[in-house]
Ligand binder design. Structure first.
Ligand code: NAP
Ligand code: ZN
Ligand code: ZN
Length: 359
């Protein structure tokens, strides 16, 4: 199937228009015309090869929403015209204990990522900075019509949403719990919305003084500037759970020291460098350092439905495919409120421009 999108060809150059082939849809496949795709910091890590695993050309994008244009003969959950969403994974082994337990995100064989990955057949797969995508129905989510005209704000739920929803649920963020969210970016602002919605007392940690008012608007009971040691010290030994959504190297011990007895610091942020831990920060109050990776298909659907029922979407800045470099730079500078989403309609005009330029 023919696709057209934007690809990175190395770790330095800007993304450029790119035409490519996806597999022809089979009986279990759903074809989605992409309306919106979020820009996750993981896109930038991978485009720039910060995790050392880049395969070029790379069409990034794993926060995908759009409309179904075709379905295979075995597909019953979708029909042409339906809204659909695709997140961070497009396949998994389906038979390991974790896949059977609806935790495909922890597939023992290793799930197939939406982009910068090879399918089990060895063919490279490409992501959502494109006009369309083909995906096995098991890895496609339904999107409630209740979202109305907020579809662009739904796209980031497919990664930023589930990546924060899942650990907050797993560690029981809710009434009576003091929960910290570290970093007010794409993930962090969703974590803040969820923790607030689940009824926890939420403290937002940020390095950006300019984000204090927004943090309160998004549901923070308190906001702490993490560079202010005295403000940090006031919260020592008090948190049940802290979700760390920071994309760059930073001091974990500063947050471990804020946990109460048996508290947990969970990392979802994926700094390209190791983060040193002082043993005393773990032993003093029997605290745990944990991690969490997106979420399974069932929980992702549950999260999407929770959002539809509770009027939760991502706060977004809509951008166009020809402004990816500017968007990436602003994400790196922690200057986005709070997720860039690409309007894929801009691909058509951009394609025409690039044809004129090359023609
Ligand atoms: P983002 O929008 O860039 O947000 C990251 C936030 O971290 C920034 O807004 C900033 O918040 C803070 N920050 C940035 N640099 C910092 C530094 N040097 N020191 C302290 N704080 C800093 O990124 P994102 O898309 O939310 O992604 C966050 C991380 O999660 C990335 O590493 C991404 O790859 C990873 N991720 C993991 C999963 C998973 O399943 N585990 C899924 C998706 C993404 P303030 O301005 O408030 O300080
Ligand atoms: Zn992501
Ligand atoms: Zn599996």
């Amino acid at each position: 199937m023919k696709s057209h999108g934007y690809a990175a060809h190395d770790n330095k150059s800007p993304l450029v228009p790119y035409s490519f082939e996806r597999r022809d849809p089979g009986p279990r496949d759903v074809v989605v015309e992409i309306a919106y795709c979020g820009i996750c910091h993981s896109d930038i890590h991978q485009v720039r090869n910060e995790w050392g695993n880049a395969m070029y050309p790379m069409v990034p994008g794993h926060e995908i929403v759009g409309r179904v244009t075709a379905v295979g003969s075995e597909v019953t959950r979708f029909k042409p015209g339906d809204l659909a969403g695709i997140g961070v994974l497009v396949d998994s082994c389906r038979v390991c204990a974790n896949c059977k337990a609806d935790l495909e995100n922890y597939c023992v064989k290793g799930f197939v990522g939406t982009y910068n990955a090879k399918g089990y057949d060895g063919v490279v797969v490409h992501g959502g900075y494109a006009n369309n995508i083909v995906c096995d129905m098991r890895y496609v989510h339904t999107i409630s019509p209740k979202f109305g005209d907020k579809l662009a704000g739904v796209a980031p739920l497919l990664c930023a949403g589930i990546t924060t929803y899942s650990p907050l649920r797993h560690w029981g963020a809710g009434p009576g719990k003091k929960v910290g969210i570290v970093g007010l970016g794409g993930l962090g602002h969703m974590g803040l919305k969820f923790a607030h919605s689940f009824g926890a007392h939420v403290v937002q940690f940020t390095t950006s003084e300019s984000k204090i008012a927004d943090a309160k608007r998004l549901g923070a009971d308190e906001v702490v500037i993490s560079k202010d040691a005295a403000a940090m010290a006031k919260h020592a030994t008090s948190f049940d759970f802290i979700l760390d959504c920071v994309s760059a190297p930073h001091d974990l011990n500063a947050y471990l020291d804020l946990l109460r007895l048996d508290g947990t610091l969970c990392l979802v942020g994926l700094s390209e460098k190791p983060l040193p831990v002082a043993p005393f920060s773990l032993t003093s109050f029997r605290v745990a350092l944990a991690g969490s990776n997106i979420g399974g298909m069932k929980e992702t659907q549950e999260m999407l439905d929770y959002c539809a029922d509770h009027g939760i979407v991502s706060d977004i800045e809509l951008t166009s495919v020809d402004k990816l470099a500017e968007a990436y730079d602003r994400v790196i500078r922690s200057d986005v409120k709070y997720r860039f989403v690409i309007d894929m309609a801009t691909l058509k005009s951009s394609g025409r421009i690039s044809k004129r330029k090359t023609g």
